[in-house]
Structure formats: structure tokens, C-alpha cells
Ligand binder design. Structure first.
Ligand SMILES: [Zn+2]
Length: 240
């Protein structure tokens, strides 16, 4: 049966405005679940309706739903009475992971905010100061991350952020980035890997490197802002 236009889930969702379409779609769907707008056992609006309401492609909706499935929030059933159903409002993470997430919560929100203030400035400086060797190192880190396993990927992602800070030659900045990256890394380790988000993150790292290589300070800052915005949305909703 088709979802009625007045479906509260659709009314709760708003148009995705950012360029982090995948992350924002996941974040909005998780928010609808956490707010109890979608109740256990109930059916999600159809892919087409979600895509229209959020103003994102059906591929993005499909990838986002697949991530929710990986988190254990929803289940997709086939057939005449099929669709996507909410099975677990907290996600089906193991108890230990959930406990870890809860322990991380208070500090994490603060760390994510600090990171959004700090790292775009670091990227901007790096674009002004990077040598050819620095650019090669960043490219090597991207190559490594793109062929890494899930856990190694999270570590390599943080190393990339740290490498940018090292270009500035400021110990204070390096320390600040290291501190905030460790917190983010801890959080990402208890969030299931999301393929859509990982791929997107690779592209964003490449965009940052391209801007740094072109000595485009504003471009590097903007690319970093966009990149951090995507991660922040996911972390705030999943762990928040
Ligand atoms: Zn990153």
C-alpha cells in the first residue's frame, strides 16, 4: 500500500540543503527514528517519496537505507507487503558498543564543534605553506586510505588531518588537531562503517589535496568545511 501524502515521517523530513547529501539523508532518517516519528514495526515511506521530499536522488536514498540496515535500525522485506520497516529504534549495536557510545557522548559533541572551528583554518594555512613534498605525502595518505580495511581507514583518515596540521609547522595546531582527531576516531570506531560515507570522504580528501596543491587557500578551507560537516552530521545523529 502506498504511503499517504500526510505520512508524519515525510512531514518531519526537510529538503537536504548541503552538498553532503548522503550524510544528511542518513542523519535526517536517524533523527526521525530517534524522535519516535517512525515507530517500531512501522513502514518507511517509499524510496520515491523520500527522494522527492528530501530532494536527493533515489540512489542516495537507497544508500542511506542500506546504511540504516547495517546499523540494525531497519529491515527491508520484499514482496507485495514489502518495504522498509523500523525494527530497532536504537540500532542493533552490541551492548558494549552502545555503552561506549554513551560514554563518548558528552565530550564528542564538543569535540566535533571544536574540529569544525579548527581544521578549516588548518587547511587554509596548509594551502599557503605546503611544499611539493607535503602534497606528495597527502596524496600517499589518500592512496593508502582508499585501499585500507575499515579500521585502518579510520586511522588513516585521522593521519591525513594530522598531516595537514604538520604542514603549518605549529606545534600548538598539531597538538590540537591530534587531540580532536583521537576523540573523533574513538567515536567512528563504534559507528558501523558506511560505504557511501567512506567513498564520499575519499573524494573530499582528494578535493582538499587538489586545493592545497593549487595553493588555493579559500578552496582548501571550503573543502575542509564541507568534509567536516558531513562527519559532524552523522556523529551528532548517531551518537547524539
Ligand atoms: Zn577526513
Amino acid at each position: 500500500m502506498a504511503t499517504k501524502p500526510g505520512d508524519p515521517t515525510l512531514l518531519f523530513l526537510r529538503e537536504v540543503g548541503s552538498r553532503n547529501a548522503f550524510e544528511e539523508t542518513v542523519a535526517q532518517l536517524v533523527r526521525a527514528i530517534r524522535f519516535g516519528i517512525v515507530t517500531p514495526g512501522s513502514k518507511f515511506p517509499a524510496e520515491r517519496e523520500l527522494s522527492e521530499r528530501l530532494n536527493v536522488s533515489r540512489t542516495t536514498v537507497r544508500e542511506a537505507i542500506r546504511s540504516l540496515e547495517e546499523f540494525g535500525y531497519v529491515e527491508t522485506r520484499r514482496g507485495r507487503f514489502g518495504g522498509t520497516f523500523l525494527v530497532h529504534p536504537e540500532g542493533a549495536a552490541p551492548e558494549a558498543d552502545r555503552a561506549k557510545r554513551e560514554a563518548l557522548q558528552p565530550e564528542l559533541g564538543e569535540a566535533v564543534t571544536f574540529r569544525e572551528a579548527l581544521e578549516p583554518g588548518v587547511a587554509r594555512l596548509a594551502a599557503r605553506l605546503a611544499t611539493g613534498e607535503d602534497v606528495s605525502r597527502l596524496e600517499a595518505l589518500c592512496d593508502g586510505a582508499e585501499s585500507a580495511s575499515a579500521e585502518a581507514y579510520i586511522r588513516l583518515n585521522s593521519q591525513f588531518h594530522l598531516a595537514l596540521a604538520e604542514i603549518t609547522d605549529s606545534d600548538t595546531l598539531v597538538k590540537a588537531v591530534a587531540e580532536v582527531e583521537v576523540k573523533v576516531m574513538d567515536a567512528l570506531l563504534v559507528v558501523p562503517r558506511m560505504e557511501g560515507s567512506v567513498e564520499h570522504s575519499h573524494e573530499q580528501h582528494r578535493a582538499i589535496v587538489a586545493a592545497v596543491a593549487a595553493r588555493d587557500a579559500d578552496g582548501a578551507r571550503a573543502a575542509m568545511e564541507e568534509h567536516l560537516g558531513g562527519t559532524a552530521m552523522i556523529l551528532r545523529e548517531i551518537l547524539g
